[in-house]
Design a protein around this ligand. Sequence first.
Ligand code: SER
Length: 316
Amino acid sequence: MKSRILIIGACGQIGTELTAALRKRFGTDKVVASDIREGDEAMMAGGHFELLDATDYNAVEDVIFSYKVDTVYLMAAMLSAIAEKFPSKAWDLNMNSLFHVLNLAKEGKVRKVFWPSSIAVFGETTPSTNTPQTTVMEPSTVYGISKQTGERWCEYYHNKYGIDVRSIRYPGLISYTTEPGGGTTDYAVDIYHRALKHGEYRCFLQEGTTLPMMYMDDAIRATIGIMDADPADVKIRSSYNLAGVSYAPEEVVESIQKHLPDFKIAYEPDFRQAIADSWPQSIDDSMAQKDWGWSHEFDLDAITEIMLNNLKSRYA
Ligand code: SER
């Protein structure tokens, strides 16, 4: 019987923690981690691992076949800031990997799919506070365009072919295990590392840049939550709005200064400022709350405490 879970992009910021959570929940034999590169020791020693290029259809199909995979979490993607530097490579990775998995589902080789979307699907013309589930969406970044397009295809494959694909629009995610790579919200992770290591941080976003954020444990709970939900309750098959906390860099500074009073910040905005400015400040996630019982747990001070406590030993 096909019953294994495949995580594609298991060594990334979300994939690392998702793999650990799924291994813990279902047992190591049930979970197959994969990525284009090897992961850390916990990843490699903790269960099945395959080197896998998400854009290689045959390779993805082979792993699904040989491990009897039933469910795929497709976490491989090029994030917003780096995608601006490599537009066609980002499009290729973000779109083709999704098509491969959706087509494998269409052929009956996979039963269930999780695919992450992002607040990057929104743009300057979107109402920026309490952004509704259904609203104007004119993303201005390569990453945002790929995520919005992906949402349309997920809904299409669900409506047309009955594919059980589920998705959430992640806000910026904060975690200490694996660092994010190439995103616009990365400052909100970097800042804790720098605070401990150097006592100061040069922020690539301007003061006052409020963005939706979330602690990783909440994001993992949401991911597993939507995948656990009864299919009939997952009414939105493009992607659900998801909210945690919203804050600007100076609020992180204040929160850090409660633990490290001498911590200093300097603002040196770069090209990522325009990306951040095009994204919402806060998200209305009432549909996720109503349809599959979502609610977030961690606020900014709780996140700061966890981040500093867990990163402390690294820079001692
Ligand atoms: N955190 C992502 C980024 O900054 C948004 O999905 O690109």
